[in-house]
Design a binder for this molecule. Structure first.
Ligand code: ZN
Length: 147
């Protein structure tokens, strides 16, 4: 179990130091802002879409290691998915970090964030990216807040 925890921490550190899909999309079809006032995490997520699928996703912003890694991994997971699949991942991720269900095959590498369920303030850092992504695909102009 300790080896697994170390591996998960390595993945989170790697994504926080070298976030994937980082930087603005030049002509995004959708975009949304997220803010976690408890920690100061603040991100903008940009999405390109053909109407039903996420054809491109990038993000900008700053925050703690958990929030940045979560946003980075989220963009990797959602890239190329349909909106329905992205919403399903959202539901699964939220349930996992709330401790309502364990990580499963659908969630894949998102399992690295399962440990945050023991830390309610960290949970808000990890879910910010997902609330913001959901607002973006739904075309909401509200700032996603995890508080
Ligand atoms: Zn944070």
């Amino acid at each position: 179990m300790n080896d697994l925890r170390d591996l998960y921490q390595e993945v989170i550190l790697d994504h926080s130091k070298n976030p994937r899909n980082y930087g603005a999309l030049e002509h995004p079809d959708r975009e949304a802002e997220g803010y976690n006032p408890l920690c100061g995490d603040q991100y903008t997520i940009y999405i390109n879409t053909d109407g039903t699928d996420v054809t491109g996703i990038r993000f900008e912003g700053n925050g703690c290691a958990i929030s940045k890694a979560s946003t980075s991994v989220m963009t990797q997971m959602v890239q190329g998915k349909s909106f329905d699949e992205a919403r399903s991942l959202f539901d699964g991720f939220i349930a996992m970090v709330k401790g309502e269900k364990p990580a499963d095959a659908e969630l894949g590498k998102l399992a690295v964030f399962e440990g945050v369920r023991d830390y309610p303030t960290r949970t808000k850092c990890a879910t910010l990216a997902w609330h913001t992504m959901k607002n973006a695909i739904e075309g909401s102009h509200e700032v996603a807040q995890t508080e």
